[in-house]
Design a protein around this ligand. Sequence first.
Ligand SMILES: Nc1ncnc2c1ncn2[C@@H]1O[C@H](COP(=O)(O)OP(=O)(O)OP(=O)(O)O)[C@@H](O)[C@H]1O
Length: 614
Amino acid sequence: MREARAAFRRFWPLTRGDRGWMLVVVACVVVSALAETAAILLFAHLTDTALQEGSLSAFWGPAGAWLGVAVLGALVGYLGNSLATWTAERFVLRLRANVFRHVQDLPPHFFQRHRRGDLVERLTGDVEAIEQMVVSGVVGTISAAFSAVFYSAAALYLRWDLALATFVLAPLFLLAARRFSGRIRQAAQDERVADGAITSVVEESLGNVVLTQAYNRRRDEERRLDREARAWMRASVRGARLGEMYEQFVEVVETLCVLAVVGLGVWEISAGRMTLGALLAFAAFIGYLYPPVRSLGGLGLTVTAATAGADRIAEILDAEPAVRDPAVPVPAWPVRGWIGCHDVTFGYPQDPDPSRPSRPSRPSLEGVTFTAGPGELILVTGPSGAGKSTLSKLLTRFYDPDGGVISLDGVPLTDVPLEFVRENVALLPQQTLVLSGTIRENIGCGRPGATDTEIEEAARAAAAHAFIGALPEGYDTRIAPGTAALSGGQLQRIGIARAMLRAAPVLVLDEPTAGLDSVAARQIVRPLRRLMSGRTTIMITHDLSLAPDADRVLVVDGGRLVDTGTHDELVGRCPAYARLAEPWPRPRPSTARATATATARYEGPADDTLVLRL
Ligand SMILES: Nc1ncnc2c1ncn2[C@@H]1O[C@H](COP(=O)(O)OP(=O)(O)OP(=O)(O)O)[C@@H](O)[C@H]1O
């Protein structure tokens, strides 16, 4: 119960702004209960007068009043129920937006440590479970408490002695709820986890359908889904079974109460101490009393089930963003593009989940120092796992260094707003990230507000205009993540156009040619050169075809900067670099000859013409 209280305290502040409406809902429920009470009393009156005496004249008055009360009850009930749904959904909207906002600030390693499907489930199912506790739960409890008080008061008013006799059985409801709540909570938690696992498996399988088909993994995938679906089925059936057991137990207790009322009533009527109308009204009040008492008893179950969801949402909200805006940021300035990396050391945060123990690892980067000036091309290379991508994450401030400083025009990145960093340091990732929208929107997101002409200019410069123009819907062709009917090289050129439009003074390119075949890789070289021209470019790559052009090449190994120099210098003196550069060790031929050779070999569209200095 302590966890439930903590969960409630944590999420209750999100009802701010709607608490007045919640009160209105409670008021509607109270008025409905009052209308119901009046209707029952009118029914008793009708039974004892019009019905028992067969008098039509005694019928019209109470019947009219009953109809009036019923219409009032219906109107208020409609208003209360509509408002209750509205406030509940607003809470879900707000909570989901809050969690989503927080998720978007979380560092890359958070997403590597959580399955996507499970996160989706938390943002949907778990969010709704919390609503059940915080909004519907509070409104339901207050309403049930009021209704229970009204119906008990009415029953006591009619026959206090009979009422007390039936109330004796009430603790049985609470006993039942207490007995079942622990097990229902466990089943709810298992169901939530299994739900997340199913979503994850489906999402991963659909995302990996090529691997599944190419390697005949259909059966494995089916087995994986079957395993998770069975876990979900077991949890779901267990939850339903427990819920049903509780319901049926309560039914039996209710029947006991009804029998007690009827038995006592028969005795009272035979002794002439009670009219038939009063007995029927009394039985109706006791009958109306059960649902609120039942929902008060079941409240514990709702709360325990919701606490399971709350724990999972809290895990997300408790995850810390890796970087934050400074309290007093340095004001914006026109950035020239000086990048400084001074004695930078960084290690990825350990996984806090004890179920996924991780060894204390050595830093991914240690004592890295270099500078890059406006217009320079700095190539960062090294063997796999050397720390190259980690450096790109630090330069674009996905993480802050544990030691040392990374600066932009001499100002530490940690002293400027994150948005300013991202505006001035553009990242071109290994795989072009696609938004769900048109090609125009995909390029245009590089600079919000860019005109169609600017977008097309960027596409031309990125050698993308020709193939976009050849598509039936041109720039209005819709693409989406994972479904874009474009080749890797074409997507990369859309990414280059996007970066062109961004016009940031600093560019970080993370393996821009990785995953492309040699023709596609060559097709993006020229647009890349245009993109890099006049900008500070830090290119992380295994592909050293551009190394001869670089002002400096940094060789990283085991997280350390092992050597820095030009391609020619390094080939001569750095064995680690010589090994990496094996296909490119020859001295550079003259540009004119190489251009002619490459152009002669490639016969693609005009704006894809190669200018490679091989
Ligand atoms: N999210 C992470 N959590 C913990 N360690 C990580 C994480 N990402 C990378 N590492 C570790 O940091 C080190 C450097 O990784 P990084 O991705 O920077 O290498 P890389 O040089 O880019 O390799 P590649 O060329 O294969 O892409 C590796 O030892 C890797 O295992």
